[in-house]
Design a protein around this ligand. Structure first.
Ligand code: BJW
Length: 228
């Protein structure tokens, strides 16, 4: 194999499952309890902002009660020790990678602990409930929205992500079902650019076929074993 220098790691809800955060599409996951169209689309937010704010307020509260697990900790170790290029692209809106100590992290679907002004588009760190409709601290807007990416919206930092994929020698996907684009297409992009590809997931997913190697198991076991 060519020299390994640049790594891109993609993470999904499965990496936070062992911390006690619900995934979306597993049995008992968020999409069994809430309609996607109601809580994860701009149209749903327009129809009933209070319902959507409640959904994200509850998740913001839940995330503040849990801790990073051995998978987050192993990636933070990799981040500290790997001298080559590394980008951890997470689809997760929790802050467990950062709390474990990782810093080379991109939140392509936004962050629970950030609120976005729909008028001036400034971001504000937000730990309290948005249902209380706080005004924007920077302009005249009378409410803030969750700083997350809903269906039909453009994920964040795509230029930075594609630049890292183009340079990648290794692409590793952890705990994601591969059901949501553009993240689900990264494995094919990385392959085309010449990277080796590895999947670490509880079960084989929709995109497993595209990986050079696919390992099944819990992220809390597979990720430390891969990193160390
Ligand atoms: C474990 C485990 C353990 C469990 N250990 N593993 C047709 C074709 C192609 C695309 C489209 C299409 N029709 C529409 C689209 C576009 C659409 C899309 O993909 N739709 C699909 C339904 C088909 N995408 C979009 O609209 C996106 N924007 C976009 O495309 O803009 C245009 C564009 C084009 C080209 C380039 C760039 C832009 C936006 C998508 C936004 C997704 N938003 C959400 C909500 C974010 C906020 C929030 O958190 O509430 O993102 S939806 C939800 O799904 C969330 C997640 O990040 C995302 C992915 O879910 P994830 O992480 O994979 O979770 P699960 O539950 O699905 O899977 C968990 C996995 O873990 C499972 O496999 C388990 O087995 C495993 N697991 N325990 C290891 N212990």
């Amino acid at each position: 194999m060519a020299e390994l220098r640049n790594i891109v790691v993609l993470t999904g809800a499965g990496i936070s499952a062992e911390s006690g955060i619900d995934t979306f599409r597993d049995a008992g996951g968020l999409w069994e309890k809430h309609r996607v169209e109601d809580v994860a689309t701009p149209q749903g937010y327009e129809r009933d902002p209070a319902l959507v704010q409640r959904f994200y307020d509850a998740r913001r509260e839940a995330v503040q009660k849990v801790s990073p697990n051995p998978a987050h900790e192993a990636l933070a170790r990799l981040d500290r020790e790997w001298e080559g290029g590394l980008l951890i692209v997470t689809q997760n809106v929790d802050d467990l990678h950062e709390r474990a100590g990782a810093s080379r992290v991109v939140h392509m679907h936004g962050e629970l602990l950030s609120a976005l002004c729909p008028i001036c588009e400034r971001r504000h760190r937000w730990t309290g409930p948005l249902i209380e409709r706080p005004e924007c601290p920077s302009c005249e807007a009378r409410s803030l929205r969750p700083d997350v990416v809903w269906f039909g919206e453009m994920p964040y930092q795509m230029d930075r992500i594609y630049a890292a994929l183009r340079r990648a020698d290794l692409f590793v996907s952890i705990g994601t079902s591969g059901a949501v684009y553009p993240a689900a297409g990264f494995v094919r992009d990385a392959r085309e650019y010449g990277a080796r590809t590895l999947e670490l997931n509880l079960e084989r997913g929709e995109g497993s076929y595209w990986f050079d190697e696919s390992q099944q198991g819990r992220a809390g076991e597979l990720v430390p074993a891969w990193v160390d």
